[in-house]
Write a protein that binds this ligand. Structure first.
Ligand SMILES: Cc1cc2nc3c(=O)[nH]c(=O)nc-3n(C[C@H](O)[C@H](O)[C@H](O)COP(=O)(O)OP(=O)(O)OC[C@H]3O[C@@H](n4cnc5c(N)ncnc54)[C@H](O)[C@@H]3O)c2cc1C
Length: 453
């Protein structure tokens, strides 16, 4: 039986460890913190349910569906309220509904006629050279114009990456979008063609994928994985270095303990990978310390329903930078997942900081709450004070796949080549969403299985 060390007990490491146990290997999962789950954390208090990290899982791959099924969590799956599909973008201070269909885009109020015409022109814009690495902002301005950048892309990347479109790379951060232009010469033509291809592979695009959570929040998934992996999990076991043992084995050091394995998976954030010492004492991944992880505060506030003027019918609102708000956007959590607030209350989850305004996420929690409430009063007509408050700050939240990020991916591939038996996976390599991390954990377990065979 092969022994494998999985380092990092976030969703990537947990998924990989679970799959490796399923393949019949002996696994030890090292987690530096006192709980598994990584950035996923759900808090329940006073009748409210607050997600500190991710709020929803997008079911983009059969590997995600398979994990839920294999863990026997189908019964606990919690699909969003079907009436909560509406998404809003703040325009002139008002939440303005986004179109859910092409005809709706042309009749909707969110974009001017100039922007609508730009969309019709998009299929005729020339593709860029594949050698040129553009920022997302450059790409969108070239194909669709400034208004799309300001009112679609800027808020969209704030919602996903807490990022800045002028810094994010279209090729590294949005590879599917980049490939649409390269393969089909147009995002619109590519969308139509891509839908046919996705049907064949069983995958779903992120904008169409079903969203989900679990009855007691997303932590149900990581708790269940932790439970099944059981006493193979070692908590408060931060790994500091690896050493080669003979030709084929690798030893892992955590505190004073050293153990030897046939393969090691590193499923940690980039800034921790950078600190790790590799065989020979080298810090092979020290270059990854340059990856930017801006701070993000998630601010979950409960209000009396009667104190909120807006209907809150929908998923939530994204705030474009040009609108000058302090928050990046707000999810209508109790509309999306009914039952997550007492009957006469609502829950609003807002995000503060990111690349747009990192200094705001570094303020004291009371100040973060205050600035969030100011935005909520102005946008949704909130009058009373919060009856529930939960602020959770991630000092280093989400890696930014900026222009030039390819060199970090090369460092990770090179590390695997230089150290056979060492594997890397997770949000700094394979995509930043929760779903990406599950797929990453699943795929790396298969790669490890093949290597050991
Ligand atoms: C605020 C926020 C909101 C988000 N919202 C969404 C959303 O709504 N939908 C979505 O799809 N995605 C969302 N994401 C992204 C998604 O949650 C993450 O990409 C994903 O959970 C990352 O999982 P991971 O296992 O790769 O990393 P992590 O969760 O960071 O786990 C890494 C683990 O490694 C451990 N570790 C670190 N160093 C060591 C060491 N030396 N030894 C042992 N263990 C170590 C850490 O303690 C941690 O537990 C959000 C992220 C954040 C921060």
């Amino acid at each position: 039986m092969n022994r494998i060390a999985v380092i990092g007990g976030g969703i990537t490491g947990l998924t990989a460890a679970y799959r490796l146990v399923g393949q019949g290997h002996e696994v030890v999962l090292y987690e530096g913190g006192e709980r598994v789950g990584g950035v996923i954390q759900t808090i329940q208090r006073d009748g409210f349910l607050a997600e500190c990290g991710p709020n929803t899982l997008l079911e983009t791959s059969p590997k995600i569906t398979g994990l839920i099924k294999d863990l026997d969590l189908e019964k606990r799956r919690f699909d969003p309220n079907p009436d909560s599909d509406a998404r809003y973008i703040l325009r002139n201070g008002e939440p303005t509904q986004m179109a859910s269909s092409p005809p709706g885009f042309f009749t909707g109020k969110l974009f001017s006629w100039k922007a609508k015409l730009a969309l019709l022109r998009e299929p005729f814009i020339k593709r860029s050279s594949p050698e040129l690495e553009e920022s997302l902002a450059e790409f969108v301005k070239r194909r669709l114009g400034q208004e799309f950048l300001d009112y679609a892309i800027n808020p969209f990347v704030a919602g996903i990456y807490a990022g800045d479109p002028h810094q994010l790379s279209v090729k590294e951060g949005f590879p599917k979008l980049w490939a649409l232009e390269q393969e089909y010469g147009s995002m619109i033509k590519g969308q139509i063609q891509g839908a046919r291809e996705r049907k064949k592979t069983g995958t779903v695009s992120k904008d169409r994928a079903p969203k989900l959570s679990f009855d007691d929040g997303l932590q149900v998934l990581t708790d269940r994985l932790g439970e099944v992996i059981g006493d193979r999990v070692r908590l408060n076991a931060a790994v500091t270095g690896l050493e080669r043992v003979g030709e084929k084995k690798v030893s892992v050091q955590a505190g004073d303990e050293v153990e030897t394995f046939d393969a090691v998976l590193l499923a940690m954030p980039a800034f921790r990978l950078a600190e790790l010492s590799f065989p020979g004492g080298e810090k092979s991944l020290s270059g990854l310390s340059e990856i930017i992880y801006p701070p993000v505060a998630s601010v979950v506030l409960g209000f009396k329903r009667a104190d909120v003027k807006h209907s809150l019918a929908g998923f939530g609102t994204l705030n474009p930078e040009v609108e000058g708000m302090q928050t990046l956007g707000t999810i209508f959590s109790s509309s999306l997942f009914p039952g997550r607030a007492p009957g006469d209350c609502v829950t609003l989850t807002s995000y503060v900081g990111g690349m747009r305004s990192p200094e705001l996420a570094r303020k004291a929690p009371e100040e973060i709450i205050e600035l969030t409430v100011q935005d909520l009063r102005s946008i949704y007509g909130v009058t009373g004070d919060p009856v529930f408050e939960q602020v959770f700050v991630y000092p280093r939240a989400i890696p930014q796949y900026v222009v030039g990020y390819g060199r970090f991916r090369k460092m990770m591939s090179q590390c695997e080549e230089d150290h056979p038996g060492v594997f890397l996976a997770g949000h700094c390599r394979d995509g930043i969403s929760l779903g990406d991390s599950i797929v990453s954990g699943h795929d790396v377990a298969e790669r490890i299985g093949t290597f050991l065979d």
